[in-house]
Design a protein around this ligand. Structure first.
Ligand SMILES: *[C@@H]1O[C@H](CO)[C@@H](O)[C@H](O)[C@H]1NC(C)=O
Length: 480
């Protein structure tokens, strides 16, 4: 059952519900979970398209990240990712108002969150024991799904075994595991689970039981989304969802043991209030939960006019969705009185495969016996998500002299507007929009500059075996 195309037909409805904002999801494609990147650019037909007409490498070369300002060296990272200086300059300026509204000061480096999601469906790519807890201090185990009785259900045969092993591996290094509840396809029953006092008590008690049973360190609530039936129109949704959610968090906080960490995965803007627009005062939530993770990805998915999966900012000022990027998200949350040091920037370890819109091929194609095409996780060469490690292992990207360059017909470009790379193969008629060590370094550096709590990568399986993405994030945060 491939639901990608079917899901895209739902877009007009979703856009109405979400007030024309791009809808994000938080579950990568997997065989048994129909879900889709909801692409802002697909909705409008234009969106924040990358310059797909460019076949020249010269502009990309002139604007690719400079590698000069990092003085740190670690043996694990062979690249020294850097940022286009113009990007950083603008970001510092545009984020001033956001940072200044926060009453909190930046957390000390030792408090920085370096997290990732561990997806139970990706255990064939990375086992719990292969997660390097020297590099991470938190893992969010994805997902436990609330059912109609507000019990929590795992979705894989070996989910519980994997969770136990992940907790064991984390605790052996003094690190923590949160259980993430919900996700894109797991948010059907949140609305009823928090809707009244009795339901909240049932739901919270079930969470507390599982918390003790698995010796957890925290709970991550990934409701997509309060007030909005996002993945399915049959998802529960109510104008009271957000205020009910606050009551739920109070009860959960009071029920779980002291020291339990509570987080929530959120859109680039605050939860929707009674009137259907984002809440303007989130300070009551900040008193109950430790941090939110901004799901700043899936801003654009597969498309004939692809845009960035995870824009850092609307650097060029012409995005169709100027509110859907990291800088805008931090501004939106901090303007809503949510402290910067309780915001974790979510970043992707995957990208999107798109069929490009070129209508002619290079002559030299005749010399390429068979053009490389990258296959998405769902097995398609025309659309779908693809892990960074797959872009590398399938041969579209390689390291050369400490730099990531296109390979096998793919040319790497750098999109200044979103501060992300993209790959294009004319022979293979593909565009791949993704994040790499350079773009993740820039995002983490931004997070550090404006005093965010840290970063969280979705998901851990997307990095390479030598952790190039994670190390770029760590470097960007100023950690060695
Ligand atoms: C946005 O502006 C930049 C810089 O002027 C340009 O390269 C890019 O194509 C524009 N994007 C869109 C979607 O118009």
């Amino acid at each position: 059952m491939v639901a990608l195309r079917a899901s895209l037909f739902l877009l007009p409805l979703l856009v109405t519900l979400a007030e024309a904002a791009p809808v994000h999801h938080h579950q990568r494609l997997r065989a048994r979970s129909p879900c889709s990147a909801i692409s802002g650019s697909s909705v409008s037909g234009s969106g924040a398209a990358l310059s797909s007409s460019s076949t020249s490498t010269s502009s990309a070369t002139s604007s690719k990240p400079v590698k000069s300002h990092s003085t740190k060296t670690t043996q694990a990272t062979t690249t020294r990712p850097g940022a286009p200086t113009s990007t950083l300059k603008t970001i510092s300026t545009s984020s001033t108002s956001a940072a200044s509204t926060s009453t909190s000061t930046a957390a000390p480096a030792s408090d920085k969150v370096v997290a990732a999601y561990y997806s139970d469906w990706a255990a064939d790519i990375i086992t719990p024991e292969q997660v390097d807890f020297d590099r991470f201090n938190w893992m969010d185990f994805a997902f436990a799904i609330p059912d109609e009785n507000f019990n929590l259900q795992f979705t894989e045969d070996d989910s519980e075994d994997l969770l136990r092993r992940l907790v064991k591996a984390a605790h052996a290094k003094g690190k923590g595991v949160k259980l993430s509840i919900g996700g894109w396809t797991g948010s059907a029953f949140f609305s009823s689970a928090v809707s009244n006092d009795a339901n909240r008590h049932t739901f919270v008690q079930n969470i507390a039981n599982i918390y003790g049973q698995y010796n957890l360190d925290g709970i991550d609530i990934d409701w997509e989304y309060p007030g909005i039936a996002a993945a399915s129109s049959s998802n529960g949704a109510s104008p009271s969802d957000t205020s009910n959610l606050l009551e739920f968090f109070k009860l959960l906080r009071n029920t779980l043991p002291a020291g339990a960490v509570l987080s929530a995965a959120v859109q680039d803007w605050p939860w929707q209030g009674e009137d259907g627009s984002p809440e303007s005062d989130m300070s009551a939530f900040a008193e109950q939960i430790d941090w939110v993770t901004l799901m700043n990805y899936d801003v654009s998915g597969s498309s004939s006019t692809p845009g960035a999966n995870a824009p850092l900012s609307d650097q060029c000022g012409n995005s169709t969705y100027p509110q859907a990027n990291a800088v805008a998200a931090v501004a939106a949350w901090t303007n809503a009185k949510f402290p910067a040091d309780q915001i974790v920037l979510g970043v992707p370890s995957y990208g999107y495969v798109s069929q490009s819109s070129v209508n002619h091929l290079y002559d030299k194609r005749a010399h390429i016996r068979r053009a490389l095409q990258v296959t998405s996780d769902a097995g398609s060469t025309s659309d779908g998500q693809v892990l960074f490690r797959e872009v590398v292992s399938q041969g579209a990207l390689m390291q050369q002299g400490g730099e990531w360059v296109g390979n096998n017909g793919f040319v790497k470009h750098w999109d200044d507007c979103s501060a992300t790379p993209w790959l294009k193969s004319d022979a293979g008629e593909q565009v791949i929009t993704y994040d790499d060590p350079d773009s993740l370094f820039v995002k983490a550096q931004y997070a550090s500059q404006v005093g965010l709590r840290g970063v969280n990568m979705f998901d851990v399986s997307g990095d390479t075996t030598d952790w190039v993405l994670t190390d770029a994030l760590r470097n960007g945060l100023g950690l060695s």
